[in-house]
Design a protein around this ligand. Sequence first.
Ligand code: HEM
Ligand code: HEM
Length: 132
Amino acid sequence: MKKEIENRSDIEQLVNTFYEKVKRDEVIGDFFTRVTVIDWDKHLPVMYDFWENIIFHVGGYTGNPMKHHEALHRKEPLRAVHFNRWTALFNETVDELFQGQKAEQAKQRALSIATVMRINIIGLPNQEESIY
Ligand code: HEM
Ligand code: HEM
């Protein structure tokens, strides 16, 4: 039975399920397993804090995601196809587990952030071919 995203424990479930998909994914899994070596015991709580902030506006996360993804992009280019896949997996995970206003808002915000991040890193869609 699907429920609304209500608390930290729901966010933990969302993030854990999302990263299980991400790690196994053919399109973006490599970024999390080969391009970087992630200490998941440290990374997952950072992601809980990030999403708790995005969804419930409570503190915790103080990092700079843009900086991390720019560094990642320098190691292995991030392309539109990767951002699209990330967004598809995120939406799929939310829809599998949750429903309601917070669930819709989480998907909307993830898409907005992914879009801004993508434009900062690789430019507008019609520039991508010519620049990279
Ligand atoms: C790569 C870095 C980031 C980018 C590109 C970004 C971009 C965005 C965008 C485009 C929105 C609008 C979302 C929407 O209305 O659908 C948004 C909302 C939001 N962001 Fe960020 N963001 C970033 C990092 C962060 C960080 C680090 C935090 C907090 C620690 C944060 C907290 C929020 C919150 C709370 C909202 C919702 C604001 C509201 O109530 O309307 N963001 N962000
Ligand atoms: C092409 C899509 C993406 C890929 C391949 C990707 C990959 C990664 C990887 C490998 C890390 C770990 C990097 C490190 O620790 O140095 C990371 C961290 C992170 N990612 Fe992404 N990411 C993507 C999109 C996004 C989007 C759209 C968001 C937000 C909505 C996001 C939020 C974060 C945050 C908050 C961190 C933690 C940064 C920190 O440690 O403070 N990512 N990502």
